[in-house]
Design a protein around this ligand. Structure first.
Ligand SMILES: [Zn+2]
Length: 66
């Protein structure tokens, strides 16, 4: 939904890396190399970014009524 601010497993801050990761992969760069470039080394952190599915824009319209 929303990219986790920190890695679920080790706690490394990752939220600020989502936008650059998404943009560079959309331009056709290899996700493996982008993660290396951004300094995301541990596989727990890599899975957090690489497996993220951004659904917030679809879900936001179902906000609770007050
Ligand atoms: Zn991690």
């Amino acid at each position: 939904m929303i990219v986790p601010v920190r890695c679920y497993t080790c706690g490394k801050p990752l939220g600020h890396l989502w936008e650059p990761f998404k943009e560079r992969v959309a331009k056709g760069e290899d996700p493996d190399k982008v993660l290396d470039d951004l300094g995301v080394k541990r596989y727990c952190c890599r899975r957090t970014l690489i497996s993220h599915v951004e659904l917030i824009d679809q879900v936001i319209k179902f906000k609770p009524m007050r």
